[in-house]
Write a new protein. Structure first.
Length: 106
């Protein structure tokens, strides 16, 4: 069995004007973290998936748990495309393990 690793990128802008909005934002963010998404920047999260089927399943989870208001956008790219990301300002923070290797020694 071969794997074609994919990255699911989520971009969202959710309102935080009322207490209900803030609770919905917090619930959505916690759901992302619980389901293996990593924060790249504020309101930009990504998840590594072993193939497009697994990425689509993760996207369906996001659809089922979306808040009532706001904007959520998703982009599915290959791991090769993701690895070509260029850092124009700042550096990659390596304190989060986001590798596709099966064995990680700490």
């Amino acid at each position: 069995m071969t794997y074609r690793y994919m990255r699911l990128l989520l971009f969202f802008d959710l309102p935080t004007e009322t207490g209900q909005d803030r609770r919905a934002y917090s619930r959505f963010r916690k759901m992302l973290l619980k389901n293996g998404f990593l924060m790249m920047q504020e309101s930009v999260y990504c998840k590594l998936a072993v193939n497009s089927g697994a990425a689509e399943a993760a996207l369906e989870t996001v659809r089922k748990n979306k808040p009532e208001r706001g904007l959520i956008q998703a982009l599915l790219i290959t791991e090769k495309q993701y690895s070509r990301m260029e850092f124009i300002l700042g550096t990659h923070v390596g304190d989060v393990l986001d590798t596709d290797e099966r064995y990680v020694e700490l």
